[in-house]
Design a protein around this ligand. Structure first.
Ligand code: FES
Ligand code: FES
Length: 79
């Protein structure tokens, strides 16, 4: 499997809104991190949908190596 690009070795804090869906970039090529901008086209990667249950701050993975993507699980500290 191809390794995704890692835009940053830290999460992106985002204030999400309850009921709203977000498309996290799994390939790391988007210029609108942490979200997909369509740059994955032609690659094996696809965005991962995240639907917010509550309005709160969440931490989207920026290293693209999280085991709990699209959210950060701390894996970036081992890269
Ligand atoms: Fe990365 Fe779409 S641009 S998944
Ligand atoms: Fe990817 Fe934390 S930023 S696991």
């Amino acid at each position: 499997m191809t390794t995704p690009n890692a835009p940053q070795l830290a999460p992106y804090p985002v204030e999400v809104e309850a009921g709203k869906s977000y498309f996290w970039c799994s390939c790391g090529q988007s210029s609108k991190q942490p979200f997909c901008d369509g740059s994955h086209k032609g690659s094996e990667f696809n965005p991962i949908k995240y639907t917010a249950e509550d309005s709160k701050k969440v931490f989207f993975c920026g290293c693209k190596a999280s085991g709990k993507s699209p959210l950060c699980d701390g894996s970036h500290s081992k890269l």
